[in-house]
Design a protein. Structure first.
Length: 278
């Protein structure tokens, strides 16, 4: 009996060790290489939508406390092998106060002067190129903005009787050539006028692509915004690709619903911005 008990203890001990090793391996991959990320809001529309699942790479900018998944690392200054993002990159970061994960686009680099007037962005005194695009029509589902969103007023009913979200799109091209679509809902929003403000050393100015519906560097921390330029150390990684997207109908207890909820055409979308030559 004693011999059997020893074998049992050894078996449990090995199982516990194996589980610990697996968990550490997963944490290491999440923290140093890449991790999944879920989009829970409309602040990065039209590029990203509520229900998108992304792959976020951890190594392009080096590593800091914010790289460690699940917010397990204490906030300490410094970054290993740090490399600044490019304007236009979509980044995941820890909110500098609450440490909640945010996702925004890099607009200003250290030393840049950022200003908005009537919703039009200028960098270093030069207006950013803006091109009005045709309205973007998105089928309404459970993961599209609801009545509590400022975008809900753009919902209409098509000829087929189905509801469609028609969004006003403005394409911006930043210094360096990064070009991407934004939503501009027109004048009258508090974030339409901001600055000028100079981005300090080792900081970044971040904005959401839904320019009139994003709590970003233009918005105070008391309103869930970032409260100005964000320390580079708070950047956790770069958004790379959409792995899949769901319409909100999936039920955890019904695996068949998981497949029925998939949005077509979203998987594989590259999140690195197109870059035009200057």
């Amino acid at each position: 009996m004693a011999k059997d008990k020893t074998k049992d203890d050894g078996g449990w001990g090995k199982l516990i060790r194996d589980v610990v090793v697996i968990l550490l391996l997963v944490l290491g991959i999440h923290s140093c290489v890449a991790k999944p990320f879920y989009i829970p809001s409309d602040s990065m529309m039209p590029v990203l939508r509520n229900g998108d699942r992304l792959i976020v790479s951890k190594y392009p900018y080096g590593w800091s406390y914010s790289s460690v998944s699940f917010h397990l690392a204490p906030k300490v200054a410094g970054r290993w092998f740090g490399k600044l993002p490019e304007r236009g990159d979509i980044v995941v970061l820890e909110h500098p106060v609450t440490r909640i994960d945010y996702i925004k686009r890099v607009i200003g680099l250290p030393g840049d002067t950022i200003e908005l007037r009537n919703g039009e962005l200028s960098i270093n005194g030069k207006p950013v190129k803006r091109e009005v695009q045709p309205m973007l029509a998105i089928p309404v589902d459970l993961n599209t903005p609801g009545p509590d969103s400022s975008l809900f007023r753009f919902v209409s009913r098509g000829a087929d009787g189905k509801e469609v979200l028609e969004l006003p799109i403005v394409r911006e091209t930043l210094p360096g050539g990064a070009t991407f679509d934004t939503i501009d809902m027109g004048p009258g929003y508090t974030t339409d006028d901001y600055g000028p403000i100079k981005v300090p050393a080792d900081h970044l100015f971040l904005m959401g692509d839904n320019r009139d519906g994003s709590a970003d560097s233009r918005v105070g921390t008391n309103q869930k915004g970032l409260g100005g330029p964000v320390p580079f150390d708070a950047i956790a990684g770069r958004a790379e690709i959409i792995s899949f997207s769901t319409d909100g109908t999936a039920e955890w207890y019904n695996p068949l619903s998981w497949f029925n909820a998939l949005r077509s055409g979203r998987a594989g979308t590259d999140l690195r911005p197109e870059r035009q030559s200057d």
